[in-house]
Design a protein around this ligand. Structure first.
Ligand code: HSE
Length: 315
């Protein structure tokens, strides 16, 4: 069988973008064998060509991102440049040109998600973003496809690896908040500005994306009430533990009887016997409550090792 060649235009070549092209180089033969599709990185748009001259894509670099999304020989666009305004414009242009887009940009989806989903639906072109929420855990596709006919009543979970790592270290090793945060940064779990993690903003962005899909409503990050973990003390954790609870940063989305969606992120005392209490380290877990399915739990690494995040960019 001859594999169908798909030419990929990549926007961005930072941590995620470079890991993505490496992973494509490594896994392209397996993907071709399994799917009949031969991926080829055709172009990589960057801000500064000289900064990437010694990379494996040196010959494919351009500073003209518009050229990539308008190039008729490019079949698929992967957006890993980050930021909001340029990424939004380029994704809309790619969709208008009939090119499927894959993005890991949670900040963009958490503010302009519905506009982008609507544009993709209107043109009948795929906009895929599994990697934007909970790293390598398949969550978005099950919500969008497997559970399409299932009325979802609540989504509840741990969606930030950095804070879960910090709380785990404070609980199990009596580590201070500062030392645990430094450890999370060293392991590559935290965002460039860890305030986004510890104050709950990263979890709020992910929750808004999840809630938009689960409930079919326009939920943006600023709709989410959010309180982080920076004020949690070792004494709080010790007392909760003695009472039979683990302290976790929970992201919760519910729909009430009037159809209003309620979204919040805050530290919570989770009974030791609840499955979320045993989600440790940088792992994430999301419990989806459906009317007929009951509770479903999705579990895995949500942060750490950019390869986990890029996994879903090649699927
Ligand atoms: N900083 C994020 C986290 C990375 O800790 O979960 C993955 O989105």
């Amino acid at each position: 069988m001859t594999a169908q060649r798909i030419r990929v235009g990549v926007l961005g070549h930072g941590t995620v973008g470079s890991a993505f092209v490496d992973l494509v180089a490594k896994q392209a033969p397996t993907i071709a064998a399994r799917s009949g599709v031969q991926l080829e990185i055709a172009r990589v748009a960057v801000r500064n060509v000289s900064a990437h001259k010694s990379s494996r894509v040196a010959d494919l670099l351009t500073t003209d991102a518009d050229f990539v999304v308008n190039d008729p020989t490019i079949d698929v666009v992967v957006e890993v440049m980050g930021g909001v305004d340029d990424a939004r414009r380029l994704i809309l242009q790619a969709l208008a040109n009939g090119k499927p887009v894959i993005t890991a940009n949670k900040a963009l989806l958490a503010t302009h998600g519905v506009e982008l989903f609507t544009a993709a639906d209107a043109s009948g072109i795929d906009l895929l973003f599994e990697a934007a929420v909970c790293g390598g855990i398949p969550l978005i596709r099950p919500l969008r496809e497997s559970l399409r006919g299932e009325p979802i009543t609540r989504v509840l979970g741990i969606v930030n690896g950095t804070t879960n790592y910090i709380l785990t270290k404070m609980t199990e090793e009596s580590m201070t908040y500062g030392d645990a945060l430094a450890g999370a940064q060293k392991l590559g779990y935290a965002e460039a500005d860890p305030t986004a993690d510890v104050e709950g903003h990263d979890a709020a962005a992910k929750l808004s994306i999840i809630a938009s899909i689960a409930f079919g409503q326009n939920v943006v990050a600023s709709d989410v009430f959010s309180e982080g973990i920076s004020a949690i003390t070792p004494a709080d954790i010790a007392i909760a533990n003695r009472l039979g609870y683990a302290v976790k940063l929970l992201a919760i989305a519910e729909i009430d009887a009037t159809g209003s969606v309620l979204v919040r992120v805050h530290p919570a005392m989770v009974p030791h016997h609840h499955p979320l209490a045993s989600v440790r380290d940088s792992f994430n877990a999301v419990v989806v409550d459906g009317a007929a399915s009951g509770s479903l739990m999705f579990y895995g690494r949500g942060a750490g090792g950019n390869r986990r995040q890029v996994l879903f960019l090649v699927m």
